[in-house]
Design a protein around this ligand. Sequence first.
Ligand code: RP5
Length: 167
Amino acid sequence: MESNKKPVVAIVMGSHKDYEVMEEAKEVLDDFGVPSELVVCSAHRTPADAQAFAQGAASRGIKVIIAGAGKAAHLPGVIASWTTLPVIGVPLDAGMFGIDALLSIVQMPAGVPVGCMAVGKSGAKNAALYAVAMLALTDGELADKLKQFREKQAAEVRKKSAELKEK
Ligand code: RP5
């Protein structure tokens, strides 16, 4: 979904190949009507771009950054080092089942925090939901939407449970 509104969430990824997973985050944000932008920049191959992106994000109106990366996944930590905006990391499976990226993201030394979601598509979706929860702290309409989302999700679980009981 294209949005004319200024993005408030940035979805950054270390490679264009990561989009297949990170688009899950974009879809969730679109569903909630939260304008977002997609950015490819690498902590290793384009470090100056990563720095410029992170340093300029807050002044452009970005409130939360979601950063997905695989392998030696330094991108979330590097971005967090250049901004005080909250950064939510998504470890991606680019080999080693994503364990490498998971440990790289979750083991930030004290002082510069990075949130860490699950590996892969679940993590990408949850990163978006986490960003929505942060934005909902100061946006009542969004808070209502998040509540409705949870209620709908719970109703679907109960429906499946009832269907299984019939078997
Ligand atoms: C990371 O390395 C990227 O986030 C990607 O998941 C992984 C592999 O990227 P390519 O070298 O295949 O583009 O930086």
